[in-house]
Design a protein around this ligand. Structure first.
Ligand code: F6R
Length: 599
């Protein structure tokens, strides 16, 4: 993976189109980039380890082509290098590829026996070799592609040029997203809609085991048997990527600061009066809710679990999608599976969804990117309205997920009468006031900057909490480690003493939040335990706690349904200012991609 762009035109130079498309997808994270185009029967391939800008600088000025493909790579097979970057060329075939060819070793040996020699460590080169082998063998591209789909295990979105076929781009798709954009005299291919939005909003979606032929004025899509399909031309209605950083130094800071707006926008349809809650899906027929997601989205699921169980007496399990897809999930028609995803493209989450669909069980999506693969595949989708999230570390998408899930639980509580109407009205009032509640926390940047100064040179940081505060500790810890590269771990506050406390030494930072009056004293006791071993403690709380050994960040007292939204902001900003002090590439942390489309 990561980003694919292709274009074929009548007269237009497609090189700037490809570069612009790659730049649009840059925020998703990548380590190398490449482009390939045909001109007068000559194939040019240009690859760099580094940024799309480096690639652009590498391309000869005034280069012109009507047909080409391009890629940003996030290394899976083979180290980060110019050689391993895409496109890969073998014989007549040049491809860019998202996904993983799982049986590439076996295929490699077979192709080597036929005389092929490979220059890179990339599985994509083997895919190019296999396509070349079948293309030569059958002298028929349809047959070659159909055979390729039969032989290859794994996932692929492939965009292909054939050197002796200068007017067509071929595409092949399984388990990794690919679309074909259509406009007058120029057609486009992309892994993600935003890459082509500057040029067209009309596109076709390729489904698994479909392949296509794209010329400047024609698009044909076939199924794996080679039958021409009649596909629906879609129109994109989501927001485009015109958002810029504005006055902010980083997208992450901008995205943290706009959370009052994005939360409000997400929950607005459901909070104006109590009856609005009935616009939420009715969950009363389910005996169990399963929540499936990865990373930060999974952490949002943990908040929902707590609220479902505590306030509606509904059993709720949370699963990492990468585990869920390979385990026994005890599904039946009394279980609702909720899938949470910002991108709507995460490979594990999508695979887990397919598993639920195979069992004919109900599914509900909490998704940010409109018309993404998960949004399309799921029974019902509720969109978060976080807008485009550019920074790799998720912030505003997380709070939008948490807010939407909290309102979903509240609606369930209303239907099941598990919370009194009067209390629900109060919570709705608080949700309507979210902007004024969050603003003071967002504005208190000096506090977070000062804390960052105290921790940015540390090697280890710990986060602890109980209940909701444990779920928040997990998210706080993830934010710090992913962008500042400081090792951090989150623990249930009561668990630390069962081993991990041995890592606490003088001045080890320990962060905690205590927002549940029934168990706060327990968490404070756990802080005392680490303080007596030298730790330096920071506590986010809505209680009046005065302790010389604990630096307290005070938040407003609100209902449990809103507390996570308030508590996470200091954690996000402390992570941000710490990474800034360390001089890290905050919006594009090393090794990470925004949308993880491989398993
Ligand atoms: C961390 C982060 C990731 C994502 C995870 C799932 O800041 O962004 O942990 O939450 O990769 O991604 P989505 O939500 O797109 O499925």
């Amino acid at each position: 993976m990561c980003g694919i762009v292709g274009s074929v035109s009548t007269k237009t130079n497609i090189i700037p189109i490809l570069l612009n498309g790659l730049k649009t997808l840059e925020y998703r994270g990548y380590d190398s980039a490449g482009i390939s185009y045909l001109k007068d029967g000559n194939l040019t391939i240009n690859k760099v380890k580094g940024r799309v800008q480096d690639l652009e600088n590498n391309i000869e000025k005034n280069s012109f082509s009507n047909i080409g493909i391009a890629h940003t790579r996030w290394a899976t097979h083979g180290k980060v290098s110019e050689t391993n970057a895409h496109p890969h060329n073998v014989g007549h075939i040049t491809i860019v590829h998202n996904g993983i060819i799982e049986n590439f070793n076996k295929l490699k040996h077979k192709l080597e026996e036929k005389g092929y020699q490979f220059k890179t460590q990339a599985d994509t080169e083997i895919a190019a070799g296999l396509l070349d082998y079948y293309y030569k063998k059958y002298e028929n591209i349809d047959k070659a592609i159909q055979k390729f789909m039969k032989k290859v295990d794994g996932s692929y979105a492939i965009c292909m040029l054939i050197d002796n076929d200068p007017n067509t781009i071929y595409v092949i798709k399984k388990d990794s997203p690919l679309i074909i954009g259509q406009s007058q005299d120029v057609n486009y291919i992309a892994s993600d809609v935003p890459a082509i939005l500057k040029y067209t909003k009309n596109y076709y979606i390729l489904e698994d085991y479909e392949y296509g032929k794209v010329t400047n004025n024609n698009i044909e899509i076939y199924n794996k048997e080679g039958n021409l399909l009649k596909k629906e031309l879609k129109e994109y209605h989501g927001s485009d990527l015109t958002s810029d950083k504005g006055l902010y130094e980083h997208y992450m800071l901008k995205e943290i600061m706009e959370q009052n707006t994005t939360i409000r926008k997400t929950i607005n349809p459901y909070i104006n009066n109590i009856k609005d809650l009935l616009k939420m899906p009715d969950l009363t027929k389910y005996e169990r809710i399963d929540i499936i997601a990865c990373g930060t989205a999974m952490h949002a699921g943990l908040i929902a679990k707590y609220l479902f169980e505590q306030y509606t007496n509904t059993k709720c399990e949370v699963f990492l999608a990468s585990e869920y897809r390979y385990q026994n999930n005890f599904l039946n028609n009394k279980v609702l599976s909720i899938f949470i995803s910002q991108s709507g493209e995460t490979a594990d989450t999508l695979a887990a969804l397919k598993k639920v669909k195979e069992e004919n069980c109900d599914s509900l999506g909490i998704v940010n990117v409109k018309e993404s693969s998960i949004a399309r595949a799921i029974d019902k989708v509720l969109y978060t309205e976080a807008g485009t999230e550019i920074a790799v570390a998720s912030t505003k998408a997380y709070t939008a997920q948490v807010a939407l899930l909290s309102v979903l639980v509240l609606a369930h509580a209303y239907r099941t009468k598990s919370i009194k109407e009067e209390k629900i009205l109060n919570i709705l009032e608080e949700f309507r006031s979210i902007t004024s509640i969050l603003n003071p926390i967002l504005e208190d940047t000096k506090t977070y900057e000062n804390i960052a100064k105290e921790i940015y040179e540390k090697n280890d940081v710990f986060y602890i909490g109980r209940g909701l505060d444990y779920a928040l500790a997990m998210e706080g810890s993830l934010k710090l480690k992913e962008i500042s590269y400081i090792h951090s771990e989150a623990y249930a506050a009561g668990e630390l003493k069962h081993g991990t406390i041995s890592l606490i030494t003088k001045d080890t930072p320990v962060f905690s939040s205590a927002t549940n009056k029934h168990i706060n004293t327990k968490t404070i006791s756990n802080l005392k335990e680490v303080i007596s071993r030298g730790a330096k403690c920071y506590l986010i709380t809505d209680e009046d706690i005065k302790d010389d050994n604990i630096k307290v960040i005070k938040i407003k007292k609100v209902s449990m349904f809103l507390k996570p939204l308030l508590t996470i902001i200091p954690y996000q900003l402390i992570a941000y200012y710490t990474a800034k002090l360390k001089g890290c590439d905050i919006d594009k942390p090393r090794n990470l991609a925004k949308s993880v489309t491989v398993e």
